[in-house]
Design a binder for this molecule. Sequence first.
Ligand code: NAP
Length: 250
Amino acid sequence: MSEFDGKSVLITGGGSGIGLATARRLLDAGARVAIAGRDTDRLEAAAKELDAGERVIAVRADVASTADVDVLIGEIQSKFGSLDGVFANAGVGLNARTADITEADFDQVVGTNFKGAFFTVQKALPILNDGGSIVFNASWLVHRGMGMGSLYAASKAAVLNLARTLAPDLADRGIRVNTVTPGHIKTEMFDAVTGNDQVREFFRGQVAIGRLGDPTDIADAVLYLLSSRSSYITGQELVVDGGLVGSVPN
Ligand SMILES: NC(=O)c1ccc[n+]([C@@H]2O[C@H](COP(=O)([O-])OP(=O)(O)OC[C@H]3O[C@@H](n4cnc5c(N)ncnc54)[C@H](OP(=O)(O)O)[C@@H]3O)[C@@H](O)[C@H]2O)c1
């Protein structure tokens, strides 16, 4: 029997990058997975690539819209009945000086990264089984200041704090809440935010292990936090960054 047989997990931002890698790992471990995102074509391509028949459903939803999240949860309830895990992973990056950030930028970044994560979890609670597990996706930027990252970093710090306080809030239902904190991971977002190979090489040089992360590096950590193997861990942060936050580069 596989570790996640009979379990259902929601992954927001599951159509690409870290979310898609996590979906694949969960399906390989026997789970049913709901992936959500804004881009229908991307979601359909991801579902086709995952090739898991009725064990995967793809639902278009903008997590910044509570109405969309309601539809998402309703769809999961009708297809899967309930959930055992939530990976609140959808996020947008922003590389900009504070002076240049607009109200529209603020609404998009905070709306997706914080409001989206908050309401994804809040609205999933009625269908999340007791004993379930919630994992948020933060960022190494909650630990290191970067001049172009003020708004993004603050939105992720909010998520980290939310996880810590939700842990006791949901403990009476046996629901655990943790955060995964990625370093530099090779995804579309990383490519977009870094812009060119020279910047990417600079970022790689900051990582003690000497390589950029792969989405599967994060997926494996998320599976651990979703699984019963982490049953005594709640309110914690798992930093998966190849030594980026804790080390001085050679
Ligand atoms: N890559 C890194 O180095 C790194 C480092 C630290 C943290 N992270 C975090 O990891 C998470 C995943 O990012 P990634 O690196 O895997 O990049 P990615 O491939 O760009 O994934 C981001 C996903 O979020 C979805 N998304 C964005 N806005 C959304 C919204 N409003 N509603 C629903 N879905 C939305 C996107 O799908 P649609 O465009 O179809 O909506 C996309 O599938 C993010 O939270 C990011 O902040 C990444």
